[in-house]
Design a protein around this ligand. Structure first.
Ligand code: 2AM
Length: 180
């Protein structure tokens, strides 16, 4: 039996935005807020696949390559804390339709390929801290960053020497609206 890997589809943040976010995070949150997510790991999950076989991963890579989805931009203008999961996040007050559609297509392909999908509504976000289980003073606003999404990717999550690493396995471009 081949080894299983922990995979997910996500949008990455450009390196410049990653740096801006971690600088702002350091300025706006106390040090004991939780476990900060490393700059290189900042992303928006589109569909979590869990630990899956190579066969399932290949099937999902094939369907992802056939998806025709539009480029979009979104303002990261919302901040929140989910004490249950211990996540402090930034997100969008109004998620673009193109993002919701892309996530919905990926999540339904994932479900059809046997990857359990959460029953909770999809809430696109960038996790900033984990293990934030105590009350957190949420800053009044983000700097209203604009994220321009022109591709989505498949990532593998590994845990080595006490660190979580996300390795990008494949990236697919998003199309100009006029091309669809
Ligand atoms: P999070 O950042 O919102 O916690 C890789 O582990 C990514 O997949 C993380 O970004 C995480 O989202 C998401 N993830 C992990 N476990 C998940 C689960 N059981 N259901 C949905 N998403 C999950």
């Amino acid at each position: 039996m081949s080894a299983e890997r922990r995979l997910f589809f996500a949008l990455s943040l450009p390196a410049k935005l990653q740096k801006q976010v971690i600088k702002w995070r350091a300025e706006c949150f106390p040090q004991d807020t939780g476990r900060p997510v490393a700059a290189a790991n900042l992303h928006i999950t589109l569909a979590f696949l869990g630990e899956i076989s190579e066969l399932k991963a290949e099937a999902l890579i094939r369907v992802a390559g056939r998806i025709q989805a539009q480029k979009f931009s979104m303002h990261l203008d919302d901040i929140g804390h989910w004490p249950g999961s211990g996540v402090v996040w930034i997100g969008a007050k109004r998620a673009p339709n193109a993002l919701l559609q892309l996530a919905s297509v990926l999540r339904s392909h994932a479900a059809r390929n046997g990857c359990h999908q959460s029953a909770l509504p999809f809430h696109p976000h960038v996790s900033l801290y984990r293990n934030a289980t105590r009350p957190v003073a949420i800053p009044p606003a983000t700097p209203q960053w604009l994220l321009e999404a022109d591709a989505f990717s498949l990532y593998e999550s590994t845990y080595e020497r006490g660190r979580t690493r996300y390795r990008c396995l494949r990236t697919w471009p998003l199309a100009d609206a006029s091309a669809l």
